[in-house]
Design a protein around this ligand. Structure first.
Ligand code: BG6
Length: 481
């Protein structure tokens, strides 16, 4: 298949996601010669502009290393751009003609990337279906969240897509599934006998999955306010991580076997209850390191008095034989003290202590970013004459063990997967349905009751109450998380 012509069509080519993420990604894939030899790119958006104007806008976000200049020229020469409306069939007919020009009448494949606002999702997909399906070859569509904002709107979108495309044609991106350490979760669990038998409620006390960002909504407030932190990060990225940690071993590595297990474990999770959630919103920090940091409500694009969470902590419970009683704590926030995404699997205290209470819990830490790492906190004898205990680590820090170049970017990996037709790291519609089932009731309750978020200062560790909540869930601190 890789010898056939391919066209990658980027809808929403004048938008933020396109210039910051998708154009750079397709350039890196092109540069590294991993795409099919005869691949062309077509940008499409409402803005009327030339390829060279698109190129200028992307410049800030694209890295071109010395020696790559000719290749870079070649990349832009393989690009086309067409301005058109999202709701006009006639414009998509023109798009089709442009794609056909690249194809030269033989078998040819098409990939559509929808980097467009959710309001035009339906129009765009109908128009692709009506006017732009590959004549001979495959047509695949890549879509990005938001996949609706609750169970009803998400089902509506899923039904709409199912009427137009087969599930094998739909690639729902959750870019966390393209991250190295997220992909490593299955290997850690299922290729290590040391973990397999202990991965359960008899040994594990709690699991903490966290996401922290040191910046606020930064002008994206208008968009963000419609969704909030739970929909932006928790319902998708963190829940995906949870399902990979908690699922049973799949029958094989076939994408559907894996996704069957992910859906199955999600089905064991009841909808989140009010008692198991805490929400926060950042306030300004007038003395933050000489640099004033504004609060969420100070953003002019955020509606006055908004109670949209920019921070959330929730405990999820899995009612199956492996996990009953073990809290899975999802925690995420913007405008915090650092950028970090990690998982902490905290084992129970050692029973029958003989060390005078000086042992600490084992903890397996999987750091997704920054700086991929996997380490196991464990107790050891402090070297020397005395018989003292010390908490130490078995440490696999990627930068010490592997070359940086060995860890590809999430988007690069996922877009390449679409070319090769690998759906393993994409979200299936039934997974999405379960995710909304778990989250919709709590989102509705928070909104209907206008629940006031706990304030926390920009640049802090989050609302003070969150630490108390962690203790409630049997998560013991050692250090600062
Ligand atoms: C996106 C969210 O899905 O993920 C953003 O919409 C967030 O709000 C981003 O900043 C985080 O991605 P990463 O890869 O930088 O951790």
């Amino acid at each position: 298949d890789f010898d056939y012509p391919h066209t990658f069509i980027l809808l929403g080519a004048s938008g933020d996601l396109a210039k910051k993420k998708i154009y750079p990604t397709i350039w890196y894939l092109y540069r590294d010669n991993v795409l099919p030899k005869n691949t062309k790119f077509v940008g499409y958006a409402r803005t009327s502009q030339t390829v060279s104007e698109v190129r200028d806008k992307c410049k800030k976000y694209i890295k071109v290393r010395p020696g790559e200049e000719d290749k870079y020229e070649e990349f832009w020469a393989a690009n086309d751009y067409l301005a058109g409306a999202y709701d006009k069939r006639i414009d998509f007919e023109k798009l089709n003609q442009l794609i056909c020009k690249n194809e030269k009448g033989i078998v040819a494949n098409r990939i559509f990337y929808l980097a467009v606002p959710p309001t035009v999702f339906e129009d765009v997909t109908v128009n692709i279906k009506n006017s732009c399906i590959a004549i001979k070859g495959y047509t695949r569509v890549i879509i990005e969240k938001p996949f609706g904002r609750d169970d009803v709107s998400s089902d509506k979108l899923s039904n709409h897509l199912a009427n137009l495309f087969k599930e094998e044609q739909i690639y729902r991106i959750d870019h966390y599934l393209g991250k190295e350490m997220v992909q490593n979760l299955m290997t850690i669990r299922f290729a290590n006998q040391i973990f397999c038998p202990s991965w359960n409620r008899s040994n594990i006390a709690s699991v903490l999955i966290s996401f922290k960002e040191p910046f606020g909504t930064e002008g994206r407030g208008g968009y963000f306010d419609d969704f909030g932190m739970i929909r932006d990060v928790m319902q998708n990225h963190l829940l995906q991580i949870l399902s990979l940690i908690a699922m049973e071993k799949p029958v094989s590595l076939h994408p559907n076997d894996i996704r069957d297990e992910k859906v199955k474990v999600l089905r064991h999770i009841p909808a989140i209850e009010m008692k198991d959630i805490l929400v926060g919103q950042y306030v300004g920090n007038p003395n933050g390191n000489g640099e004033e940091k504004l609060g969420y409500l100070d953003d002019p694009t955020v509606p006055k008095g908004s109670v949209t969470p920019t921070y959330a902590l929730a405990a999820l419970w899995i009612n199956n034989a492996r996990w009953e009683g073990v809290p899975f704590i999802l925690r995420c926030g913007k405008a915090l003290n650092e950028r970090k995404a990690e998982v902490r699997i905290q084992y129970k205290d050692v029973p029958g202590d003989i060390f005078g209470g000086n042992t600490k819990r084992n903890e397996l830490v999987i750091r997704v970013q920054p700086g991929e790492a996997l380490y196991l906190k464990m107790m050891s004898k402090s070297p020397g004459m005395k018989f003292d205990l010390v908490e130490t680590e078995l440490d696999l820090t990627y930068s010490m063990r592997y070359r940086e170049a060995d860890v590809p970017d999430a988007y690069e990996r996922l877009i390449l997967d679409v070319f090769t037709g690998t759906q393993m790291h994409f979200v299936r519609s039934d997974e999405l349905k379960e995710a909304w089932r778990i989250f919709t009731p709590i989102l509705q309750q928070l909104e209907e009751n206008h629940v006031q978020p706990h304030p926390y200062v920009f640049g802090s560790r989050g609302p003070a109450a969150a630490d108390g909540k962690l203790a409630e869930y049997n998560f013991k601190y050692s250090g600062s998380y």
